[in-house]
Design a binder for this molecule. Sequence first.
Ligand SMILES: Nc1nc2c(ncn2[C@@H]2O[C@H](COP(=O)(O)OP(=O)(O)OP(=O)(O)O)[C@@H](O)[C@H]2O)c(=O)[nH]1
Ligand SMILES: [Mg+2]
Ligand SMILES: [Zn+2]
Length: 308
Amino acid sequence: MPERVSDETKTARVVAASRRYVLLLHDAHTAEWAKTASRHLDLCVGDLVSYSSNNQELIVDSVLPRSNCLKRSYGRRSKELAANVDLLLVMTAPQPLFNTSFIDRILAAANTEAIDAALVVNKCDLTQDLQQTHNAISTYRNIASQTIELSAKTKTNLGELQNLLGDPQIRVAVFAGVSGVGKSSLINCLIPDAAQTVQDVSSRTGQGRQTTTQATGYIYRRDNMEDLCLIDMPGIQNFGLTHLEKAAVKNAFCDFTAVAQNCQFSNCMHLEEPQCAVKQAIESKDIAETRYQSYLEILDEIDRFVEY
Ligand SMILES: Nc1nc2c(ncn2[C@@H]2O[C@H](COP(=O)(O)OP(=O)(O)OP(=O)(O)O)[C@@H](O)[C@H]2O)c(=O)[nH]1
Ligand SMILES: [Mg+2]
Ligand SMILES: [Zn+2]
């Protein structure tokens, strides 16, 4: 490795992170592993860091302030999934992969961090399951900022997603969803040589290939615009939200807050309170029952977590 100037500090985007090492992106084709200066420096994909170098390796000295951070919790711990997210693409697919609990949870997590989220339904070539899926999608038309139905396999409607990713304001977009919905396949459609880089990253960490095991960012080139970092997340089955306050969860269900001004009590949690406009909206099917089930499940988990 050539000798480097040691006192020069530069900034770069983190596109993969393990315990003490992060992969820093220099440009579309070169990324380099760097060591974090301290074990207390917690980094995740999407972070912008400043780094310097000694003769042997790159050293990450500090992390730049984040505009937001997508988090989930499991048990007593919470995990930072991605930072500085401009667009979250919540990916799903026809049944049995259309998991409303997952979708409701990650949309709530995005809402608490003011992250714009779109719903992407992949595998729309599997037409036999599509009618049921259409009904399920309609629930999210007013909740996600956009819903796109496409197929990574037949490339149907890929242009709609490309249009969305053509917004110059977007610098980091995250693909998240349960395992098998086709996140990696879709990123491969958008960036045909992404698979090669996937293998590079997995050989570095000694981890598998098919199922994504580590969040990884890829560069998506845009004409006359700055590059966009597309982050491929591992499939997440249990998206815990026990790090949130119950009131924050309530506010994160934006379809509830839209009607909640008509609840009798201004601090109504939409549980046992009388004259609750949210419960009335569920009865009249203006709000989907599955949304309320997800909400109750999350509150219940927080209660059990606090007692425990
Ligand atoms: N029919 C059909 N199959 C697809 C489509 N997109 C992906 N698949 C298949 O679905 C399977 C899972 O795709 P992946 O891209 O690995 O899914 P993933 O979401 O990245 O999964 P994890 O990394 O485990 O989270 C693969 O066998 C793909 O070939 C699609 O549009 N239509
Ligand atoms: Mg994958
Ligand atoms: Zn209420």
